[in-house]
Design a protein around this ligand. Sequence first.
Ligand code: KIV
Ligand code: ZN
Length: 505
Amino acid sequence: MIWKEMEDFVRIFDTTLRDGEQCPGAAMSEDEKVEIALHLAKMNVDIIEAGFPVSSPVQFAAVSRIAREVEGPVICALARSLRADLESARDALKEAKRKRIHTFIASSPIHMKHKLGKTPAEVLEMAREAVKMARGFVEDVEFSPEDATRSEWEFLRELVEAVIQEGATTINIPDTVGYTTPQEYFELFQFLKTKVKGADKVIFSAHCHNDLGLAVANSLATVLAGGRQIECTVNGIGERAGNTAMEEVVMALRTRRDRFGVETKIDSSLITRASYLVKTITGMVVQPNKAIVGANAFAHESGIHQDGVIKNRQTYEIMTPESVGLKSNRMVLGRHSGRAGFKDRIIRLGFDPKPEELDNAYQRFLEIADKKKEVFDEDISALFQSETRRTQVDGTFELVSFEQATGSNKTPTSRLTLKVSKETKSAEATGDGPVDSIFKSIDKITGIYPLLSRLVISPVTEGTDAMAEASVTVEYEGKRVVGKGDSTDIIEACAKAYIDALNRL
Ligand code: KIV
Ligand code: ZN
């Protein structure tokens, strides 16, 4: 049976900043979280899960800032079913115009016994108490029985009924370990929607992990059973194999409205930028064949496909690239393009530049246009975003110049000059390769010797003269940061990314 809801749309609950950030290497700074949250608000995300405030002062500060600065979506904070967690969530959300507390407790036999050391009756009581307390703090309370898909259905029914009685307004059914299948998850939602007293008063929500590659399919199955919220992350980042990818559910519901009968309120033309932002900030690359946001998602390579697309795009395209905000990259600027043309392009690419950002980006554009005959929209987006990101960081170190000697029978050697506050300092170093030697020369000047935990270099467009973006993750004294750099020279891109990371430390 397809359920009819009064307000019939699927709410997008974005947890990029909470569950997404929990994956190794995706830690974000407070400014970066705010930047992502502002973009999610622009996209019309219904609920932003901003973090888990009790888990650390850094988390608390980020949730408070998002609550204060981001308007539009409901801002949500996660809390275990414990007083301290709930109070911390309440305090962090104090300044939000629209707020939600999301409280959870595990409900599967394996979690209750081995993780919590509690009986089902104790878990039920804790859940009741938590929802009651949360309702004393805010009107909007979400409850999740963690590991729901490995829980006993009858116990789940009892638990969900109890928390609805206490005032929960959204019931989220997490597939915590990515174990369920679309049919099974559909049936579980149907069971709860028909058997739980008070089910008609709440919104049922899906929360899936992608361990079997089924997160999106599972989430979509619940929509057919009356689920009206999907919890997801941009690019599907998240613990282990990740969470449901927001861009995929949004576009599946839109493209196959004939099957689902409902949609989301997301402005899909902002999807590509969201993906880029999350990729750049976390340093988590997007596989080229990833649906919707992968580099090849709209590329037609084979002759037969290209021929079909030229005759009629719909032969091989079920969505247009424009619908997800992917602009044609054939609009070329070059070194003779003036400032006005550059500004116009930046605005048409959807940015709202401040005069200072525009000046810096235009200078970078001229440098790149000198090296590269044609500058594409992707190059302009990348350089503008990297310039704005750079100006957010107080740059202690700045690259002035470098030289390298390398070859098959030579030890790679770098000579590099940095601006350190107001002075310039130079150093020379050898290394196992050109990147190693340039990083070592930077270390000699800065005196910081961080651990390099990840280095990713990706071209922005095609061709040997393409701009490269480098993302460097370093760890130092318990801190992990991601630095970014771009250039038509990959070694320079790496050096800039490394310096950006050091500035962020
Ligand atoms: O996967 C999970 O169970 C969670 C809960 C906290 C909702 O992330
Ligand atoms: Zn999760």
